[in-house]
Design a binder for this molecule. Structure first.
Ligand SMILES: Nc1nc2c(ncn2[C@@H]2O[C@H](COP(=O)(O)OP(=O)(O)OP(=O)(O)O)[C@@H](O)[C@H]2O)c(=O)[nH]1
Length: 332
């Protein structure tokens, strides 16, 4: 049984006239074959079609609407559209219908808008919903509206897949450079507004060309993944971001973190990478790698832009490399 309260509300006289075989007077007064054709179209449409009155009560539902709402066509009649809408969507459509109550036959419409539907089986459905008033000669005096419901499930899946592809580094699963730039700008502005520190760490694998030359690019890719996992696990909070900055270079953004915190995180990363084993990918048991790291921290308007902050971290990284590698350098 549906969670919705199926009242035995009688079907509106006007709405039932939309179904020609039930109302002979209407059938007589209109072109029978045309009306039959419209009914056929409604029934075979791949979109959900619902007719509602000014209170939002369903007066007609085609088979696709019943399928999308997970209730039978018959059970839907007398139910209210608002009961099927989720949260803020419900409020929005309630106010819209209220504002339409005095409609004197003007052509009004809303949407299509993306909404979340609570189906009869309690499963949430992403859908596009468009509502338009029916022309006066069809609604026969009462305000009736046609709702078109379009299932967005597969679009959403595609969208999420594409979004992941566009924002993530395929090899390591970390954020990509584009996401890094966007998040850095965002957190930079937030920290300036709230007068808080923001730190960044640049991390570069030492002598990675030699690794590739010795073990091949496939194992080199595996090494990048292992380093990325360690970097990801080192993040102290959900606000922080780890990204692949370029080839064998990674970046961490630490909003609301001082350079001391960044220093502690860099030391953890150094320790874990120095102790990382590669026997799982067939390398000698005693084989180890190291990374060089550069840290910069913005506090008290030291750097004018977020690009300048990254530049400072890059300079610090260069110093760490020059100092013999496997080092952490902090920009002053
Ligand atoms: N396997 C693999 N190698 C990569 C990838 N991206 C970049 N590289 C390699 O990373 C190496 C970087 O070499 P270099 O810039 O000379 O730096 P390095 O050998 O690490 O030396 P230092 O940074 O100075 O310590 C090059 O051999 C690139 O081919 C990748 O996605 N997969």
């Amino acid at each position: 049984m549906s969670k919705h309260n199926h009242k035995n509300t009688p079907r509106s006289k006007h709405a039932s006239q939309l179904v020609p075989e039930l109302v002979p007077e209407l059938v007589d007064s209109l072109n029978h074959s045309k009306l039959g054709m419209f009914t056929e179209i409604f029934h075979s449409l791949p979109e959900g079609v619902l007719i509602i009155n000014g209170q939002g009560t369903f007066e007609f539902a085609n088979p696709m609407a019943a399928k999308l709402l997970a209730d039978s066509q018959q059970a839907l009649i007398g139910q209210n559209l608002l009961h099927y809408l989720y949260d803020t969507d419900r409020d929005k459509y309630m106010y819209t219908l209220l504002s339409w109550l005095d409609n004197k036959g003007e052509n009004i419409s809303l949407g299509p808008n993306e909404v979340k539907i609570i189906r009869g089986d309690n499963i949430l459905l992403d859908a596009d919903l468009a509502i338009s008033s029916l022309p006066n000669n069809i609604n026969l005096g009462e305000n009736l509206f046609i709702c078109i419901l379009h299932d967005l499930t597969s679009h959403k899946e595609q969208y999420n897949k594409l979004k992941k592809l566009a924002t993530t580094d395929h090899l390591t699963g970390l954020a990509n450079r584009l996401t890094l730039d966007e998040k850095l700008k965002y957190f930079w502005q937030e920290s300036i507004k709230s007068n808080q520190a923001i730190s960044t760490i640049l991390i570069d694998i030492d002598y990675f060309k030699l690794f590739n030359d010795r073990f091949g690019h496939v194992k080199g890719d595996k090494c990048l993944q292992k380093v990325a996992d360690i970097i990801k696990q080192s993040l102290p909070s959900r606000d922080c971001l780890a990204a692949r900055y370029g080839g064998e270079e990674f970046a961490i953004i630490l909003p609301y973190c001082h350079k001391d915190t960044a220093g502690v995180i860099a030391k953890q990363i150094q320790y874990q990478i120095n102790n990382m084993q590669f026997s799982d990918i067939g390398l000698p048991a005693d084989f180890r790698i190291s990374v060089s790291q550069g840290i910069a921290c913005e506090l008290n308007n030291q750097y004018r832009t977020c690009e300048a902050l990254i530049c400072a971290a890059d300079t610090a990284l260069y110093r760490a490399k020059s100092a013999g590698r496997n080092k952490i350098s902090i920009s002053t």
